[in-house]
Design a protein around this ligand. Structure first.
Ligand code: B1M
Length: 226
């Protein structure tokens, strides 16, 4: 037990450092070790890779990292997640029917998709059917897909203060098109807050992927009891 805990921490630190060192190979290798040893893949992402990414983001914000370095750090995280994803998916709930349908995407003008992908993976593992529209998704596409798929939940991610306004635009358009009553809206991403979610009229907000699953579940319960 103690040994496993130590291993978890050591591998998480390797994953964090690989991102910090802009080292795609080291990230992939540490992820492979994580899978071989059987450490918790979600913790490895949240407490390893994402921690490193946060520090790289702070460096970039302070002018201490170049955009090219940010891009390599993102690639390191993405490649490691490719290795870790099957280990996460192993714990996927095998349900006769999905818990509910979720349409998810990153809003227009925003290409950040690592966090959104992680949220999508965790929702899938929890038993939701997830339809991922990708990144830089125009408002019209969110509307078109809501009309076509009739999801229980529409999830939007935004990482830029300049794009988070698009979330409100989508909600207002859903209202205008008469679609708002049929779908719960869940929002998240680094600049998004509970206060912001309330201000734009979203139904739920989550700070990270596991919490997003909880909020999605809560919103389904609300929809059923109405
Ligand atoms: Co960008 N970037 N970036 N970037 N980038 C930020 C967001 C920034 C904070 C960095 C900084 O300056 N400190 C800053 C935004 C500043 C601001 O708006 N105030 C910034 C900037 C400025 C930019 C550019 C404008 C840089 C430039 O070109 N000069 C540019 C914009 C491009 C665009 O989108 N149009 C840009 C580009 C990029 C890269 C392409 C290099 C790369 C993205 C690669 C990719 O995603 N494919 C990148 C990266 C990697 C980052 C940082 C470093 C890391 C983001 C990340 O992946 N984190 C980021 C710094 C930071 O966030 N601190 C930064 C890991 C991920 C697991 O966490 O995405 O937060 P996160 O997701 C979490 C939660 O937020 C939550 O759960 C997730 C899992 O726990 N969550 C949800 C997310 N979505 C959710 C949805 C939900 C619920 C929860 O419900 C639906």
């Amino acid at each position: 037990m103690q040994r496993m805990q130590e291993m978890q921490e050591r591998i998480q630190n390797s994953l964090r450092d690989a991102v910090l060192n802009y080292d795609v190979d080291a990230a992939t290798k540490a992820a492979q070790e994580a899978v071989e040893v059987g450490v918790d893949p979600v913790k490895a992402i949240e407490d390893g890779l994402a921690k490193g990414m946060k520090i790289v983001g702070d460096r970039f914000g302070a002018g201490d990292a170049f955009l090219t370095e940010l891009m390599v750090a993102a690639e390191a995280m993405k490649q490691a997640m490719v290795v870790l994803k099957p280990a996460i998916s192993k714990s996927a709930k095998k349900l006769k029917e999905p818990l509910g349908k979720v349409v998810i995407g990153t809003v227009e003008g925003d290409i950040h998709d690592i966090g959104k992908n992680l949220v999508g993976t965790m929702l899938t593992v929890a038993g939701f059917e997830v339809i991922d529209l990708g990144a830089d998704v125009p408002t019209e596409k969110f509307i078109e897909k809501t009309r076509e798929i009739r999801p229980d939940i529409l999830g939007m991610s935004a990482l830029l203060t300049t794009t988070m306004g698009k979330m409100g635009e989508v909600i207002r358009t859903l209202e205008k098109e008469g679609l708002r009553g049929d779908v719960k809206v869940l929002v998240g991403g680094a600049p998004v807050s509970q206060e912001w979610a309330r201000e734009i009229g979203a139904d739920g907000y989550a700070t990270e992927a596991l919490e997003a699953v909880e909020v999605a579940r809560e919103n389904l319960t609300k929809a059923v009891s109405h």
